[in-house]
Design a protein around this ligand. Sequence first.
Ligand code: GLU
Length: 334
Amino acid sequence: MRGRDPVTDATPGPADSELQEILTQVHAQCAADRRGEVASYIPELASADPDHFGLALATVSGQLFTAGHAETPFTIQSVSKAFTYCLVNELLGPDELMRHVGVEPSGDAFNSIEFDPTTARPFNPMVNAGAITVVGLVYRELGDGAFEFILDRFSRAAGRRLDLDDAVYRSESETGHRNRAIAHLLKGIGVLGGPVDEVLDLYFRQCSIRVTATDLAWMSATLANLGMQPLKDDPVFDLMAVRDTQSVMYSCGMYNYSGNWGFRVGIPAKSGVGGGLVGVVNRQLGMAAYSPLLHATGNPVRGVAAFELLAEELGLHAFCCTKLGSSIFERFLR
Ligand code: GLU
């Protein structure tokens, strides 16, 4: 366990150790799962160690529980899309934002080159076309200051200064031809907020921000805590933007597995091809996993399995209807 705040946290009680035990058991249960492949279409990602597997839970009251490689650094990749959507929602307001990108699940792969036939806009901000549009809007608002704005807010949510993985950034800049094609199409339909090269550079940088599972747990706990970083009492995200972000994470955060995810796990979530996964249990908990072995949908295999077990064990599904399930997690809250 790391990151307890000496001011707000008391000595761990029995409920704390029970939650830690559940997390440790779930980690042990999923660690042996070798299914999936490490992403290699961004060459630098292929060097990730397939044995790495970390889990972290951060509560809105400032407690942290970890298992395995929770302090191992990796790049945030598409997990960033949820947080930048929250920021641009704050900058522009939801109505202006909706004119550029929708909130409809696409049922397509993360990198599909397809727009919503009704609106002629990207389906949602969680697929690449929507995320590049969102980043373009941050660029339109803040120009050269856009990356520092994103990095600063992500860092405040994580509770420590984050940085860029330069090797992954360069690797994706040199090989990201499909994203270049998407950005040119977005320019063509008039939703890209800046020049293609500048917007893509910002997108590749955002995806290459280095985090750990523990960082992601605090970032998602900040969403769960209605925008307030639990340890620092820092108002990082706008309240209404947090609501919109969780909604779109729930319906679209797991690519073309989103329907299954909502059904089986029932938690707003976002995955990334670097192996990261976050989940937000509103007003309770931020959850994170790191495991670079990916399913064909781009979601981390062990992370998905671990979240399923934790949701079941702790009664976290949004529509959990057993009395037992909904009361289990309350025991861990103070
Ligand atoms: N930077 C990656 C890309 O655009 C992010 C994809 C992902 O994590 O799903 O291809």
